[in-house]
Design a protein around this ligand. Structure first.
Ligand code: AMP
Ligand code: MG
Length: 288
């Protein structure tokens, strides 16, 4: 099954998260069962990335959004490792600095979009400016509302410049979030991830869900679709995202560039070297 069909939020429709199941998964029974398939998708991603890099005519932007503990960092560690560090850039967007706040909201984002031949990953993104900015009333409604159009135009401009855009919303349930907070408390290696704001933000759960619904409804476009990934099961999240990335790159049908040298002539040079090496070997044999 192509998970793009299962996870796509169709463009131009009123999207509702509560109509989707964050615990959905397919016929695999768990991580151990699904891992060979995940590994196969990671391998495909790597192969296509080499072609993207060699071709240098297009680029790929992957946007990750989701509530605290939804797994944005997990996807960066476990899925995007399929994409090699050569020609890949991850940008994480935190609370804006004073300088960033003094500019339009896309100012800090634009320098991180992918150059031709490369992949960029946004761990949080320009969408925070219609999410946290809305939920916490950082700007008036009239301001965040007009940002949907600004974002669609921005993404359309990127597409026209050769960027394929994949946006993943990692969807977990409120119960699953609390389980993950508990796991962080119980694991000394992961306590660094705990922040008091995780708990204050949880109080705004319903406001965030409404903001996500509107973000997806307004900004899932044919040129930059939102995929809503059921993420309660981390293994299913990894499987769906890795397959969607690999299938999308496959469809991009990258063509390696033509050789810049005359391969027939270079082959003659090579054959002369082989003959010389053989003659040298014979001489050394006789001498020894
Ligand atoms: P984390 O991703 O857990 O390290 O947290 C980053 C924090 O930065 C989150 O609480 C985000 O809501 C916040 N953040 C990211 N972008 C913005 C923004 N444009 N305006 C306000 N807060 C933001
Ligand atoms: Mg966090």
């Amino acid at each position: 099954m192509d998970y793009r069909t299962l996870c796509l939020a169709p463009a131009g429709t009123a999207f509702r998260l509560d109509k989707r199941d964050p615990a959905a998964h397919n016929s695999f029974s768990g991580r151990a069962d699904a891992q060979p398939e995940i590994d196969a998708q990671l391998k495909r991603m790597g192969t296509f990335q080499e072609k993207l890099y060699a071709e240098k005519k297009r680029s790929l932007l992957i946007v990750l959004q989701g509530i605290d503990a939804a797994g944005k960092d997990g996807v960066c560690w476990h899925v995007l490792k399929g994409i090699g560090p050569q020609g890949c850039h991850v940008a994480a967007f935190k609370v804006p600095s004073e300088e960033e706040k003094a500019h339009d909201f896309l100012w800090r984002v634009h320098p991180h979009t992918p150059a031709l031949g490369t992949v960029a990953v946004f761990n949080r993104s320009h969408y925070e400016d219609v999410l946290v900015a809305r939920v916490h009333k950082l700007v008036p409604e009239a301001v965040w509302r007009q940002r949907y159009d600004v974002i669609n135009d921005f993404e359309r401009g990127l597409q026209l410049a050769g960027t394929t855009i994949l946006k993943f919303f990692l969807y977990i349930s409120k119960e699953e979030q609390l389980k993950r907070f508990a796991a962080r408390l119980d694991d000394p290696d992961r306590q660094w991830k705990i922040s008091a704001s995780d708990y204050t933000e949880r109080a705004y759960w319903d406001d965030y869900m409404a903001a996500y619904d509107d973000m997806i409804s307004h900004c899932s476009t044919p040129h930059a679709p939102w995929y809503v990934i059921p993420s309660n099961h981390k293994w299913f999240r990894d499987l769906a995202i890795s397959q969607i990335i690999a299938n999308t790159m496959d469809d991009m049908d990258m063509q390696p560039p033509q050789a810049t040298v005359d391969v027939v002539e270079i082959r003659k040079l090579y054959e002369a070297e082989v003959a010389k090496a053989a003659a040298d070997g014979e001489k050394a044999g006789k001498a020894g």
